[in-house]
Design a protein. Structure first.
Lengths: 116, 130
């Protein structure tokens, strides 16, 4: 089965983030999918966010269902998390934090990379 | 080489669309195959048939449509991205009772499965992001 890595690089207020998640769900039906959160994308993982008062959709509630969709591997960049004020305790799902060299290896170990 | 092309950017707003077009044209000129061009996010605006380019600028949407016609390219715009941006073909305009058809007939309105399929079946998927 083809291995696809979805790289999430946009903050949760962007359409790239929301439509990226849509693509991840679709991909999980056809391929072995992993997700990698980098940079601003790490903010998508914040547990206590509510976008409804500003006219947004709380699509990140769907992250909890990723396991059921067969997306077992969810990664984040450890070094880029340290550049933020966030910690893993702020996240809504379990994320495996990787050192930079392991992030690079992740790109090599997948057949297709989709960046959102 | 069998390429799939993914365009994330709207014409004129970002370089993504134009660079993707030039890459696709160059790949075809060199004898490569284009498995599919998939337009996502604001990239769906590249299918807008109502756009009018300034006389001294590239006619980006029209050139995509022309390239697609010349080479019989499978050019797909994501349906969920398209609907929320008012990009409707005849079928969707009728379904949602909207006036006006904005999608050029050279483009197909279809689902995200077409993107995943392109990622799996092409030798290389090249993303032009925004």
């Amino acid at each position: 089965m083809s291995r696809i890595l979805f790289v999430m690089t946009h903050s949760p207020g962007t359409i790239n983030a929301q439509e990226g998640f849509d693509a991840l769900l679709m991909g999980s039906a056809f391929a072995n999918c992993s997700a990698l959160f980098l940079g601003q994308g790490l903010y998508q993982l914040i547990n206590s966010q509510n976008r409804e008062p500003i006219g947004g959709k709380n699509y990140t509630l769907g992250f909890a269902a990723l396991h059921d969709y067969g997306v077992q591997n969810i990664y984040g960049s450890r070094s880029q998390l340290e550049d933020t004020i966030l910690s893993p305790d702020d996240f809504c799902i379990n994320v495996e934090l990787l050192a930079d060299d392991k992030v690079n290896r992740l790109f090599d170990s997948h057949d297709t990379i989709l960046t959102f | 080489m069998k390429f799939a092309i993914l365009i994330h950017g709207a014409p004129y707003s970002h370089q993504a669309s134009r660079s993707g077009y030039l890459f696709t044209r160059a790949a075809l000129a060199m004898g490569h195959e284009i498995y599919r061009v998939f337009f996502y996010h604001d990239g769906v605006y590249n299918a807008n048939q109502s756009s009018v380019a300034p006389q001294d600028e590239a006619d980006i949407q029209n050139e995509w449509a022309t390239l697609g016609k010349e080479h019989q390219l499978d050019m797909v715009i994501c349906i969920s991205s398209s609907l929320r941006r008012g990009m409707l073909d005849a079928t969707e305009a009728e379904r949602y009772e909207k006036t006006g058809i904005s999608v050029s007939p050279q483009f197909n309105v279809s689902g995200l499965g077409q993107l995943i399929d392109a990622g799996i079946n092409a030798d290389r998927l090249i993303t032009f992001g925004a």
